[in-house]
Design a protein around this ligand. Structure first.
Ligand code: SF4
Ligand code: SF4
Length: 319
């Protein structure tokens, strides 16, 4: 449990230099230099708090931190170290450190194209181009034992236990085919309306790495298959999706992070969504924990990581 953050100057004075944090820092573990661990960073941050210019080596050490927060968990003086690292980066960015380090390009990509790679925004949809036809949810397929039963629990006398458990899961389409014979077996990719469909209950927030690196495309494709098989009423923000803002925070540019937070939340609300689901842990973290802080108000959207949604579905029997 951390104490309320009191500002970089004060927090870096509180640091007792005990070194408990060194033992848990993955960067210190990998590099081994005092300056690459949190205790060394505290010393550098104290100097930066006193407005002393940081040399390129000290700046690099500050930006090498992954912001994992392990040091915050063990600090006996309850310093919110992550807040300290973010404030240090903000001060470094204001002093021009991004130009000295090769980070200006990332900032410029984010400003110009709203993603980390500098790709055109419409490239966010490339992963959708080779989606395979997806088998439809069991509720929409021929299923003699359950014909006439709704996936969400409007059950006939033939309804099974599986149907009853499914009733506990929301955002799954209420589908009761009149005739099991005429229910299609597959969803064609072109029918999925994945590019900002108004009225969908769930928005899958894909993220820059998943959407724009070909290595990440199978993640988005697998998630789409699961959403479709479960019969979830879902879409994406399509080319309206902007970087989640975590890279801006990491660069020390919180005002820019707040701008993209406002854009993404407005785009999701404009579509009428109730839930956001992510497969990227950083997107999940900023949507759930940082957006309300940046925007100064609750989101009125439920934010879930894919693993949480899948756990619900497995429990309810939706998949
Ligand atoms: S654990 Fe806390 S008090 Fe100890 S060196 Fe690290 S930041 Fe300073
Ligand atoms: S937040 Fe940074 S300094 Fe702290 S343990 Fe993680 S990598 Fe190390």
């Amino acid at each position: 449990m951390t104490a309320p953050y009191t500002g970089l100057d004060q927090e870096t004075r509180i640091c007792a230099h005990c070194g408990y944090c060194q033992a848990v820092c993955p960067v210190y573990d990998a590099l081994g230099w005092e300056s690459s661990g949190p205790r060394g960073r505290m010393t550098a941050a104290h100097s930066i708090a006193g407005r002393k210019p940081a040399d390129a080596q000290a700046s690099r050490r500050i930006y090498e931190c992954t912001l994992c927060g392990a040091c915050r968990e063990v600090c006996p003086t309850r310093i919110d170290t992550v807040a300290a690292w973010l404030e240090t980066r903000k001060r470094l960015a204001e002093a021009g450190a991004l130009e000295e380090l090769p980070l200006g390009r990332l900032r410029d990509n984010l400003a110009a194209t709203h993603n980390v790679t500098g790709d055109a925004p419409e490239n966010r949809l490339l992963w959708q181009e080779n989606l395979e036809p997806i088998v439809k949810p069991v509720s929409e397929r021929k299923h003699p034992e359950r014909s006439g039963a709704s996936f969400c629990g409007a059950q006939s006398k033939d309804a099974t236990l599986h149907d009853a458990r499914s009733a506990s899961f929301d955002c799954v389409r209420h589908t009761t085919p009149n005739s099991a014979q005429d229910a299609p077996l597959r969803s064609e990719p072109s029918d999925l309306a994945l590019n900002g469909r108004r009225g969908a209950a769930i928005i899958y927030f894909v993220g820059c790495v998943t959407g724009l690196y070909p290595q990440g495309h199978p993640i988005a494709q697998a998630m789409t298959e699961l959403l479709t098989r479960a019969g979830a009423d879902s879409t994406t923000l399509g080319d309206e999706e902007s970087c989640c803002g975590f890279p801006y925070l990491g660069l020390g540019l919180p005002a820019e992070a707040a701008q993209v937070a406002a854009h993404n939340v407005a785009a999701a609300i404009a579509l009428g969504a109730q839930k956001i689901v992510t497969t990227c842990p950083s997107c999940y973290h900023v949507w759930r924990d940082v957006y309300p802080e940046l925007l100064g108000e609750p989101l009125n959207l439920e934010v879930l990581h894919a693993s949480e949604l899948l756990a619900r579905w497995v429990t309810s029997g939706a998949i």
